[in-house]
Design a binder for this molecule. Structure first.
Ligand SMILES: O=C(O)c1ccc[n+]([C@@H]2O[C@H](COP(=O)([O-])O)[C@@H](O)[C@H]2O)c1
Ligand SMILES: Cc1cc2nc[nH]c2cc1C
Length: 362
């Protein structure tokens, strides 16, 4: 499945992009007055191969959850059980992501790809429809109960990493088959900013000081220790950016691998994928290493407060739509950016031309 997905990813359609640029020039607004929204709409036309591209509706958030062996190194102040407990909160509709998803009319799919502790017993709604915006859905696709400690050994085998990537592709296909017009990345995993920092350093060559942040909020001594853990991981493993599956296996998390799969799956279906924070953009680097043209499908929702996010976005050549100092994850930053993406596309569908509206041009 991974090979066929990668093979299906194509470059942007130049004719559709040229048509979108030409249309922008005829709409009743000064040229360039919609700033970054104009280039975003052009990119989405290129992705869809159509001008205007389809409105990005309905929206579907996929939250991939996993635990991390490196948690044993005390890189996060939070107990590992919080990952499973927050899944309960997502399914009950009580997390920030649920509040923002209700506001945006987006569905929420929670995917257990490798949570270490038992999940809450019953979801609030049994077996909801795939894109039901009112009922979060749980998919259990656990590869193993958390990764191994990447400072000691490879976090995953190649087969385990591949299984998680394939799960991400399968979820993308399922959501798009159900009618989703845009996918939004979400993640939950206590400790997952540490593998994100290692992945970003591995794919960009940046120094761990520039890729490591405070995650959920660590104090100064713990932050210094976390940077040392990231450095130790880079020294421990031979990481070849041309072998993204090998990198994900050595130092990734199951949610990072699954997110890479989701992004590849969306790109193969020419469907935009709105990236959330540092975990998403670390996975996006892996996706781009698998298939450089996958970047055409990526929209950077926001700039996470984690420094590694800025390093990764620069490497991908993406400008984030909003910059609010968020560092929550779950898909929250992507959901806040969703109306901006919809607005960018809506302009191409609904705004009158100078000619049709009888407005004089300069
Ligand atoms: O999205 C982000 O950029 C982001 C930044 C900091 C923390 N998080 C979330 O916080 C958790 C990981 O933080 P930590 O400190 O345990 O590594 C995990 O559940 C992430 O979703 C997310
Ligand atoms: C409470 C809590 C909620 C989260 N959501 C995403 N990561 C999280 C980490 C914690 C600790």
């Amino acid at each position: 499945m991974l090979e066929t997905t990668i093979a299906a990813i194509r470059p942007a359609d130049d004719a559709a992009m040229a048509a979108a640029r030409e249309l922008h020039g005829r709409l009743t607004k000064p040229a360039g007055s919609l700033g970054a929204l104009e280039e975003l709409s052009v990119r989405l036309a290129g992705l869809a191969g159509a001008c205007p591209p389809p409105l990005p509706e309905p929206a579907a958030v996929a939250i991939f959850a996993g635990d991390h062996g490196v948690h044993a190194q005390r890189v996060s102040p939070w107990p590992q059980e919080v990952t499973a407990q927050m899944i309960g909160n997502f399914l009950a509709g009580g997390a920030v992501v649920n509040a923002f998803a209700r506001q945006a009319g987006a569905s929420v799919t929670v995917v257990d790809v490798g949570v270490a502790t038992p999940l809450p017993t019953e979801p609030a709604v049994l077996d909801p429809a795939v894109l039901d915006p009112a009922a979060p859905r749980l998919v259990v696709a656990s590869v193993r109960r958390g990764t191994r400690d990447l400072t000691v050994t490879a976090a995953l085998t190649r087969d385990e990493a591949l299984a998680a990537v394939q799960t991400g592709i399968r979820i993308a296909d399922e959501l798009i088959d159900a009618g989703a017009g845009i996918l939004l990345t979400g993640d939950m995993g206590i400790g997952n900013t540490t593998p994100a920092a290692v992945l970003i350093a591995a794919f960009t060559g940046a120094d761990p000081l520039d890729t490591t942040g405070r995650g959920t909020g660590v104090d100064d001594p713990t932050y210094a220790h976390k940077v040392a853990v990231v450095r130790a991981a880079l020294a421990r493993h031979t990481l070849d950016p041309a072998d993204p599956l090998g990198v994900l296996a050595a130092v990734g998390g199951l949610e990072h691998a699954a997110l890479a799969g989701l992004i590849l799956g969306a790109a193969a279906r020419r469907t935009p994928v709105l990236l959330d924070g540092v975990i998403a953009v670390s996975a996006a680097l892996a996706a781009a290493a698998f298939a450089p043209d996958a970047v055409c499908a990526m929209v950077a929702g926001h700039r996470s407060a984690e420094p590694g996010a800025t390093v990764a976005l620069r490497h991908l050549g993406l400008d984030p739509l909003i910059d609010l100092g968020l560092r929550l994850g779950e898909g929250t930053g992507a959901l806040l950016a969703l109306p901006v993406v919809t607005g960018a596309v809506r302009v191409l569908h609904e705004v009158a031309t100078f000619d049709s509206a009888g407005v004089a041009e300069k």
